[in-house]
Design a protein around this ligand. Sequence first.
Ligand code: KIV
Length: 313
Amino acid sequence: MRVSTTQLATMKRKGRRIVMLTAYDYSTARLAEEAEIPVILVGDSLGMVMLGFESTIPVTLDMVLHHTAAVVRGNRTSLIVGDMPFLTYRGNPDEALRNAGRLLQEAGAGAVKVEGADTAATIRRMVDSGIPVMGHLGLTPQSVNQLGGWKAQGKTPAAAAQMLDDALTLQDAGCFALVLETVPATLAGIISRRLTIPTIGIGAGPACDGQVQVLHDLLGWYPDRTPKHARVYAPLGDIIRDAFRAYAADVQAGTFPAAAQTIDVDPALFAGLEPGGSRQSLAEGTVPVIIPSVEAGGDTLDAELRYGGGRQP
Ligand code: KIV
């Protein structure tokens, strides 16, 4: 059973903090299931951390659909939230509804996320159509060109009051939760106390009802670009680069593959195929004589050659 939006409401009521993490692929989503992460966001941050764009603006609905479907295949227990990309939920409300519906119908998401409070009427329509919607206020990356860069929001009393009003508007529109990104901790605390729906903070201090982090920040994938709000729990950027170097060195030195990674037959069996060999000398129908690799524990050529991944039948 997947975590439901109503369970998140219960968690807020009971004071249990909500954990959310971004993920963009099958392999990571599997590990998130094993770690019992309740909510996964397939954020449009994928454009930056997975696809190398400078912002989230080039991300398309097809990209989010593709990544969300992979996450859903890898994870059977988390609530999967698909992010609605730039311009896919503004303008024509029918189109917005259709786009949100595709994330649920085609990709298998359990909810969608939209940025800003100006689309409250569209959000209400989605919610009334059975699509759970998560809101997002503060530093909303799709508006980065209007916000003048990646800057904290809600720093003045007027801006803070506006954000509180926007948060209440999104709650009234039927959002089941609200992301607060890069806002002063005091303001995030006030909004969290004023709302009945859970707030999920990123760079918004500890008083939110939950926290979300971008996977690559948490894993130190880009050590030169870790944002101030992130804590690196495993320096995978360094670990993976070192692993690549070690692999390259082993291949160049001829030490990989070793016996443990090798399957073989008695070379005499194929001797006729060697340069200058004679095919006539190949014994017809001879059963291969297998050289077992002790380390691999294998005595058959039908060794497990499948790539990792995929669920066991
Ligand atoms: O796209 C994303 O990953 C997000 C989070 C930063 C909340 O919107």
